[in-house]
Design a protein around this ligand. Structure first.
Ligand SMILES: Nc1ncnc2c1ncn2[C@@H]1O[C@H](COP(=O)(O)OP(=O)(O)OP(=O)(O)O)[C@@H](O)[C@H]1O
Ligand SMILES: [Mg+2]
Length: 327
């Protein structure tokens, strides 16, 4: 199934995610999005909302781990005037604010057990009460939750309710870490470089071969966010026309590489994308020269650019400039 335009990637792992996003967007069931930090959980939640029948409603995020416990209940469910010291007027909760739309419960694993009970009831019945009120409200908000914790482990430690886990996780999307997305890392590296060079108005045409190697072998513990941040920093630091490992602050010990095995097909894709990206970078997007270097016809090169969706991420001209600064 189709691409998710705001999310980059052509690896088999991410294409599976895209197809699930399209499917779950059509329903009103809760979705649980899991994955390491920086893998795109919030982006995924927003992508689901934007493709759902609720897209004209609000997308209301709330970070359950970043709000003090004492305030979280009133943030989620709202409160009546006088419900507690400081509650000088009635306030709607985020669930109510998301009525007709989607509430995104980020870091749901951090929710206190007492609030987990209330959330479970909301998921079962669509009802809740504001803090300090007896009145039962019916709220039509779809719930998408995210966590980077292992909720099964939290259940074993009695920190997370098993019944809530099964309610939330009827539909589950797991975002693979960047290191398991093969050629996507290079693809994103090219796309982020293009954006960063344009926004910082620097004329940078690509990466050195060592930098591409470093990007490929570094395990990216902070995933897509780390990749994007390092590239933005590198563009600021770069003194030459090409980004070096030093600009990326990826030198020496950081590069341990992975020794997991790829399937032959995945390895083939990865190597092709890598060579095309390298050659495009080296020849500044000049297709004739890239085709000559890779010893394929221009038609074959075009076909591969299309097949790997690279055309959208690498700009090319006859004169050739793979990463153009903004005017
Ligand atoms: N597939 C993707 N294509 C392009 N950009 C992406 C992709 N995935 C993530 N990003 C970008 O990476 C950054 C991190 O994404 P996001 O905030 O959705 O991750 P997260 O999983 O919610 O992270 P955290 O666990 O730290 O909250 C954002 O700037 C987002 O736009
Ligand atoms: Mg997040």
């Amino acid at each position: 199934m189709g691409q998710i335009e705001e999310m980059l990637g052509t690896s088999a792992a991410i294409r599976t995610v895209f197809s699930v996003i399209h499917k779950v967007a059509k329903t009103d069931l809760p979705v649980l999005v899991t994955g390491e930090t920086g893998t795109g959980k919030e982006l995924t939640a927003q992508a689901i909302h934007d493709r759902s029948l609720r897209k004209r409603g609000a997308f209301v995020p709330i970070n359950c781990g970043a709000i003090p416990e004492t305030l979280l209940e009133s943030e989620l469910f709202g409160h009546e005037r006088g419900a507690f010291t400081g509650a000088v007027q009635q306030k709607k909760g985020r669930l109510e604010a998301a009525s007709g739309g989607t509430v995104f419960l980020d870091e749901v694993g951090e929710l206190l057990l007492s609030l987990q009970v209330k959330l479970l009831r909301f998921l079962q019945k669509g009802t809740c009460e504001r803090v300090g009120s007896q009145e039962t409200l019916h709220v039509d908000a779809r719930v998408i939750a995210a966590t980077n914790l292992d909720l099964k482990e939290s259940i074993d430690k009695n920190l997370f309710r098993e019944d809530l886990y099964y309610r939330l996780g009827v539909l589950h999307i797991h975002l693979p870490p960047l290191r398991d997305r093969g050629e996507d890392t290079l693809l994103m590296a090219m796309s982020f470089l293009k954006q960063a060079a344009a926004s910082q108005r620097k004329s940078i045409r690509g990466y050195t071969s060592e930098a591409l190697n470093a990007i490929r072998t570094y395990p990216w513990p902070g995933n897509v966010r780390e990749l994007s941040n390092r590239i933005r920093r590198a563009v600021v630091m770069a003194e030459g026309p090409e980004i070096t490992p030093h600009d990326l602050d990826l030198t020496g010990e950081a590069l341990c590489g992975t020794d997991s095995l790829d399937s032959l097909r995945a390895a083939h894709r990865r190597i092709e994308v890598e060579l095309i990206v390298k050659a495009m970078s080296l020849h500044q997007g000049n297709l004739t020269r890239v085709a000559r270097e890779l010893q394929v016809s221009r038609t074959t090169l075009y076909r591969k650019l299309r097949a790997y969706n690279l055309g959208d991420h690498l700009s090319f001209t006859e004169g050739g400039c793979s990463v153009a600064p903004a005017n």
